[in-house]
Design a protein around this ligand. Structure first.
Ligand code: FES
Length: 278
């Protein structure tokens, strides 16, 4: 570090007492040599101007402390880089291997996912089946019928329904037919219509439904499901299943244990494969 004449002048003037000005050095040597008649003070200035390199300075040099900051250094070329290339061979092979690996993985995973998920969205053909002549069904009681709900799986595809004519006294649309599923809305056990009580009773956990299939006791979470009905060629035909709310409003079919109506419609959404309600 070099000390200028001004600095030396200021040091000489603030030393705590009068002394000869810097320009009047007794021995006539130059200002830059900083040897003045200041007594001990001159020694201090001399040290500030020029000092011998210390061990710490040598260590700084060895550690590169005085070199340019790391970010300013020129980045070395990566291994395998040739002048004019925009991408190294290593990088090109890495990308190619990752791409081929991704394709191989997709070829294995996508078909499996497709087979697992596709049936959820597959809605079969709407199917209607005749279950008896119109005259077989009356207003004040049910008649049990068995029909095929799912084709192609033998007896496992059959189900039971209780069918009657609509009742004016119950506020139902006249001239229609009501078909109530025997699948309990709790866990799916087969319920039975008990003529003497006029109720549906589930033997599994004591679920009880009234004459229209509304839940009146036990653990079931909603009324019994219904089937769509129609009269064709003097026969009552049963169609797709649908569920109902506690007010008997039709909604898309739900599985046993799933609530219907209100906010439950969103918390228990129907499967995409179910048919729209009538
Ligand atoms: S399955 Fe019917 S009450 Fe539990």
């Amino acid at each position: 570090m070099k000390v200028g004449p001004d600095r030396i002048r200021s040091l000489s003037g603030s030393g705590g007492g009068p002394g000869p000005p810097a320009a009047q050095a007794a021995d006539g040597r130059g200002i830059g040599e900083a040897v003045f008649d200041f007594g001990e003070r001159a020694e201090a200035i001399d040290c500030a101007v020029e000092r011998e390199p210390t061990v710490a300075d040598d260590a700084d040099k060895m550690n590169g402390a005085e070199e340019a900051p790391r970010q300013q250094r020129e980045k070395p070329d990566p291994p395998g880089y040739f002048e004019g290339e925009s991408m190294t061979r290593r990088r090109a092979f890495t990308i190619a291997a990752q791409g081929i690996g991704g394709l191989a993985g997709a070829a294995i995973v996508l078909p499996a996912v497709g087979f697992a998920v596709a049936p959820i969205f597959h809605r079969g053909k709407e199917r209607w089946e005749a279950v008896g002549p119109l005259s077989d069904f009356v207003e004040d009681t049910y008649r049990q019928v068995v029909f095929t709900e799912t084709v192609g799986i033998g007896d496992a595809g059959k189900t039971t329904a209780y069918v009657r004519k609509s009742s004016k006294q119950l506020g139902e649309e006249p001239g229609k037919y009501i078909a109530v599923s025997n699948r309990c809305a709790h866990l799916g056990c087969p319920v039975r219509f008990v003529e003497a009580a006029g109720n549906f009773i589930c033997p599994c956990h004591g679920g009880v439904y009234d004459f229209q299939g509304k839940r009146i006791g036990g653990p079931p979470v909603r009324p019994l499901d219904h089937f769509q009905t129609r009269a064709r060629n003097g026969q009552v035909e049963l169609g797709p299943r649908y569920s109902v709310t506690s007010q008997l409003e039709p909604v898309r079919a739900r599985d046993p244990g799933e609530f219907t109506g209100g906010v439950w419609e969103y918390l228990y959404p129907p499967r995409p494969s179910t048919f729209p309600p009538p």
